[in-house]
Design a binder for this molecule. Structure first.
Ligand code: NAP
Length: 523
């Protein structure tokens, strides 16, 4: 057995079942396959991938028909790899309370292959190993390759997989590849990487991961919008004044300064996670909730976003960099004092912008987006801000104009959805006060929320690509981001504003909304 059937999903210890997948179609034996992780000695493998596969195993979604081969350049034996991954599970797994037998059963199905990504011979050895494991574990030759190395190695790995015949599906076994972000650093480099990918794999074999899409709360946007009758009619320019999306972190760059300083937050967060989130909020109802339909609708949104000219980017985008301050009650360094950050770095750690979507539904409704490091609070939230009622009845009772209704979708932490509205204050006068209705995941569903990587790895094994970025999505998102990043260099470059660590970014971020008498809502 490899993947649980629909009825089994109900009894599983974690709620992993995709509410949008027709579970009847997930049958026992759907996904026997080996998982090969390139870059298996790295941070992502230890912290996310191995714990995710272990959770899938504990949930009964995969089993010994799903052996895992870690591949990297540094030498270690199978036994050493198993021992290292056991340690990683003790530190990072959400299922740390599993029994010794369960841990051992899992780690026994882990293998390690040392090799140089540029050496085709290593891939021939890998192929032989896969054949042995197909025999031993009954994988039917199916294989999911996971590129978890630095992107500089992606091209070599893709090429050698092809050269050694490992991408060939002609015998009926599937060969798929998961590609980690970042997909390029601009439109040109993303196109080059996509060409390299397609030189080895067809698009239906490719799963470009954006772990945001694996988050339960992000998928719940689809359930909320299309599983309820009452919200969708109000989801348009007629009722919505504007939309705010905030993805705020309190952490700085930590040990990732080397990568972050060359990327910046626009590439790291905006091009991928935040545009993905925005497209789910803005898209039209798909014709189905799986397969290509969702991706088709997301692409239409990306096409409809008004592109920035250089001048518009300078006017509608604010970039910032944190200076020393206080975060969560502790003194915090400025970005330029962080280890491995060049002393004169101009890299942005904050970006805020106003986007407009030129289509029938959203014309005239601005989307304000902000994301940054070392901000006041760790929170990711979408706020849909509704128009005010047409008449201000209550001023005669000394009330201010009623606050706008806000539908808040909290991605993290305290995942949930809230609706603010006004209510009459008890008493003889007609005073109104804002109140809130709250749905909290933790109180509605007692079960532990699965990690995004669990869902995404399982989907890739099952060949369900709707939660992965398609080539055209990546291309269009870079088309939008490139002019913004270009406006930050050359003559008349947009200024880099500074903000104290622990604030909500530079003041200019607020000014972006104040121009049209709006303000960022308190989170
Ligand atoms: N870590 C995260 O939370 C995270 C989040 C999102 C996306 N990602 C993406 O996931 C991928 C892996 O991230 P990671 O943090 O695990 O990376 P990492 O720890 O820097 O690297 C993974 C492994 O790749 C090998 N490697 C390092 N530099 C290499 C080079 N120049 N050429 C070839 N191999 C090299 C190393 O193994 P050997 O030396 O043993 O070969 C290393 O253990 C990256 O593309 C990253 O952008 C990571």
């Amino acid at each position: 057995m490899t993947v649980k059937s629909s009825t089994d999903y109900k009894d599983a210890p974690t709620e992993l079942a995709n509410p949008f997948r027709v579970d009847d179609e997930v049958t026992i034996g759907d996904a026997p396959c080996a998982l090969v992780i390139f870059g298996a000695s790295g941070d992502l493998t230890q912290r996310k991938l191995i714990p995710a596969v272990f959770a899938l195993r504990q949930g009964g979604y995969v089993d010994s028909h799903n052996p895992l081969i870690g591949f990297a350049r540094s030498s270690r034996s199978d036994e050493q790899f198993r021992a290292e991954m056991s340690e990683a599970l003790k530190k990072f797994s959400r299922m740390r309370s599993a029994t010794v037998e369960e841990f051992t059963a899992f780690t026994n199905d882990l293998y390690y292959q040392v090799g140089d990504y540029s050496d085709p011979e290593t891939f021939v050895t890998l192929g032989k190993r896969l054949e042995e494991l197909a025999e031993k574990h009954g994988t039917h030759g199916n294989c999911l390759f996971y590129l978890a190395t630095p992107p500089s190695s992606f091209g070599m790995i893709l090429k050698n997989l092809k050269v050694s015949g490992l991408v060939d599906e002609s015998n009926g076994a599937f060969r798929r590849v998961v590609v980690e972000k970042p997909i390029g650093t601009d439109r040109d480099s993303a196109r080059k990487l996509n060409l390299q990918i397609h030189d080895s794999f067809s698009e239906k074999q490719v799963f470009r991961i954006d772990h945001y899409l694996g988050k339960e709360t992000v998928q719940n946007i689809l359930a909320f919008r299309f599983g309820n009758g009452i919200f969708e009619p109000l989801w348009n320019r007629r009722y919505i004044d504007h939309v705010q999306i905030t993805v705020a972190e309190t952490i700085g760059v930590g040990s990732r300064a080397g990568y972050f300083d060359t990327a910046g937050i626009a590439r790291d967060m905006l091009q991928s996670h935040i545009l993905q989130l925005m497209t789910l909020i803005a898209m039209e109802p798909p014709i189905a909730i799986r397969g290509e339909s969702i991706r088709d609708e997301k692409v239409k949104v990306l096409r409809a976003i008004k592109p920035f000219t250089r001048m518009e980017a300078i006017r509608n985008v604010v970039r910032g960099q944190y200076q020393p301050g206080v975060v969560d009650g502790a003194d915090s360094l400025g970005y330029l004092e962080e280890e491995d950050v060049p002393t004169k770095s101009q890299t942005e750690t904050f970006v805020a912008l106003k986007l407009e979507i030129d289509n029938w539904r959203w014309s005239g409704v601005p989307f304000y987006i902000r994301t940054g490091k070392r901000l006041a609070k760790r929170v990711s939230q979408v706020n849909i801000v509704y128009r005010r009622p047409p008449l201000a009845f209550f001023e005669e009772f000394g009330c201010d104009a009623p606050e706008q209704n806000v539908l808040g979708i909290r991605i993290q932490p305290e995942e949930g959805i809230s609706m603010s509205f006004v209510s009459k204050r008890p008493g003889p006068s007609f005073h109104i006060d804002p109140v809130r209705m709250d749905f909290k995941y933790s109180s509605a569903f007692a079960k532990q929320t699965p990690e995004a990587y669990e869902r995404l790895i399982l989907d890739a094994m099952l060949g369900e690509a709707s939660l992965f970025a398609r080539e055209d999505e990546v291309d269009l998102s870079w088309k939008l981001i490139d002019p913004i990043i270009e406006s930050w260099s050359g003559a008349n470059a947009a200024p880099l504003y500074h903000y104290q660590a622990g604030n909500w970014g530079p003041e200019e971020s607020s000014a972006l909304l104040e121009r049209s008498s709006r303000e960022w809502l308190r989170l």
